[in-house]
Write a protein that binds this ligand. Structure first.
Ligand code: BTN
Length: 245
């Protein structure tokens, strides 16, 4: 794996995409940054970091041929990799569908996956991960936390980023080997709301208890409710009630 470390960049995802266009090899490549000026989050949001206190990284992987309909397997594998990275540093985070990592009910890491398609096939994937490492507070972000707040330990953000890259490489081998059932089984075992029903807000704004029954390969979540009904939802249609308990 070729790894570039930068002090400051607009966004590691954007920088990696620029780099991948110029590279001639299909080997995986990664960028680690100490801070971002235009960090990007899911669904067009921004991702703020405190310079030198977060692990900010993007890794690019080339795939042989993964149909776009199976894209959520990448998301599951990446969430499992970030969870394993945090476990390496002594935490036991929960995965919140689709792929946020929570510790003690607060968000500790976010994932932004950008697929490059050729027709209906994913040709390469840029996996961006932001992990809050040493922050002692998050003014204006009541639902955020860091490794330091959860464990009491300060770490070098670069060590966390390198560990995360290792874990991602390992999980991406599962994708290359098409171990889809294995990935999904692991993901569902770790997912918030699978073991017991939890309060969730439905698209009409009502809150009820729901339990996760499944996720589809395109990423929809299948939930069962107290009423006995089952329904599936797209990203942002349903929201667990925060903080997660
Ligand atoms: C989210 O939870 O909304 C996803 C946040 C992803 C942030 C990371 S930080 C490194 C990489 N570069 C970006 O611009 N975004 C991702």
């Amino acid at each position: 794996m070729e790894i570039k470390t930068l002090q400051s960049i607009d966004s590691t995802n954007a920088a990696l995409k620029r780099w991948l266009k110029k590279r001639t090899t299909r080997e995986p490549a990664a960028i680690i940054a100490q801070s971002q000026t235009q960090g990007r989050g899911q669904m067009g949001t921004s991702w703020q970091d405190t310079p030198d206190e977060s692990a900010l990284l993007s890794v690019g992987f080339f795939l042989k041929s993964l149909p776009i309909q199976q894209q959520f397997f990448i998301s599951m594998a990446v969430a499992l990799a970030v969870k394993a990275c945090l476990k390496h540093f002594g935490l036991s985070p929960t995965i919140k569908w689709p792929n946020d990592l929570y510790c003690n009910g607060h968000k500790i890491a976010g994932i932004l996956i950008e697929n490059q398609l050729v027709g209906a096939t994913i040709q390469n994937v840029v996996v961006g991960v932001g992990i809050n490492v040493n922050q002692a507070s998050f003014p204006g972000l009541p639902h955020a936390t860091s490794i330091f707040l959860c464990s009491g330990h300060k770490l070098a953000p670069r060590d966390v980023a390198l560990q995360c890259i290792d874990e991602l490489e390992m999980r991406m081998d599962w994708i290359h080997a098409q171990r889809f059932d294995f990935i999904k089984k692991n993901y569902l075992q770790q997912l918030y709301g699978v073991a017991a029903a939890k309060p969730v807000m439905l698209p009409d704004g009502s809150v009820t208890n729901g339990i996760v029954r499944d996720v589809t390969s395109s990423g929809r979540i299948v939930m069962a409710f107290e009423s006995g009904e089952t329904a599936d939802f797209d990203i942002k249609e349903v929201q667990w009630q925060l903080p997660l308990r």
